[in-house]
Design a binder for this molecule. Sequence first.
Ligand SMILES: Cc1ncc(COP(=O)(O)O)c(C=O)c1O
Length: 299
Amino acid sequence: MHRLQPESVLPGNGAAELFTWAARDAAAAGESLLPQPGFADYQRALACWSGSTVPLELPLESTSPCPAPFPDAFGQAAVAWITNPHNPTGQLWSRASLEPLLNRFALVICDEAFLPLVPQGEAQSLIPLVENHPNLVVIRSLTKLYGIAGLRLGYAVAQPERLQRWAHWRDPWPVNAVASAIAQELLCSPQRFEDWCARVQRWVAREGAWLKRELEALPRITPMPSAANYLLIRGEQDGRPLSLQPLREALEIRHRILLRDCRSFEGLDETWLRIGYQSRRGNRRIIRALRQELLGHPR
Ligand SMILES: Cc1ncc(COP(=O)(O)O)c(C=O)c1O
């Protein structure tokens, strides 16, 4: 699929397991720069090795182009952790802006868990740069692309020496036989994989545009632009931040719909929620429920 030697790919028990080993290398290299708000699992992985971190505040304004340049990373950190597209904002970073980081940092760890879902996303992947950059690790997950979180399947792409080192550290049999058999079934044909990605990307483009338009028509919430299969929304009333917790609870209790509470993302508070795309039927149900709560009527 990626036109790589098998030695450059290490399957793992989900991306999460591979973050643990990437974090061991990161902690040994020095301080880790963590974009914020960001995915909390990198902190968990770094804490295993007492790795120190420094935050990189990401702008949350809604005008950036897609793909956007990665913000200029100042400071003395040795390691950069990138999420492309970013979670929770859905911001897609351009490969052109990420490539110079390879000369600046001792280690660059790029989490591309959501990239195969993004229309034209593969053009921004760092996987083609692994061959010439021993300080680059790219981590992928099958969790998002196939909706198989519980199966635990991901893989790291890096130069073979690094992956061989990781293989000596980990528990034996990190990918179980059921996950392994399903991975072979899903990934046995590059054509089948490409067809699946194309189908998923059409869904993301179609439902993302529809959902954003519908959300923009509602009062007190503003959706941020997103390249991924989720939208971050901000609560606002009379120009001031508005807690969305009452709305989240009403949706849960009255409509049996769970929107993602964003308080676990460092730097986000109760004024933010994230909505994951569903089928059109599911998305209509979310919008109907939001209309009812925000406007007091379903239409
Ligand atoms: C940005 C990001 N990377 C990786 C993962 C985890 O992937 P996996 O299920 O393969 O451990 C998640 C899960 O939420 C995620 O949001």
